[in-house]
Design a protein around this ligand. Sequence first.
Ligand SMILES: [Zn+2]
Length: 145
Amino acid sequence: MSLEIYVTANGFYKWSEFTVSRQFPEMAALMSLSELERWQIRQWVQMCGDPLRLAHPDNQVIIHSCKRSPELNAAVKGSKSSQHLNASAVDFEMLNKTPEYVFCWMMDHYIPYRQLICYPKHGFIHHGWNVPGKSYKRQSIIKGD
Ligand SMILES: [Zn+2]
């Protein structure tokens, strides 16, 4: 298990999964991760990504978006203060599980978050976590539309 390729020794996530975009793959291909961004992504995998997979061995986690360059963030109409800009938020879904299920699982298992937003109709969860230099927050929302 190479930690050059995988984020942790569990091997559930590759670094390359955190610089993706379905809508704008050509913009995503231009992005790379700084040391600080890698550290933050490792935090996510340790506090959320790996525990989710360890508890659900048959359900892959599909990352829709983590890091966004300013160009990519503008293209997807992200907020100007988006946590995606410094790779401290992950949009993801879990195969064969509803976003509501994953949202409740995260709450039930005390997964830390700054902003946890469930988008049932769009089929994913936005999970931003608290990092130094960004105001502390703890907000969870299930979006109706
Ligand atoms: Zn997001």
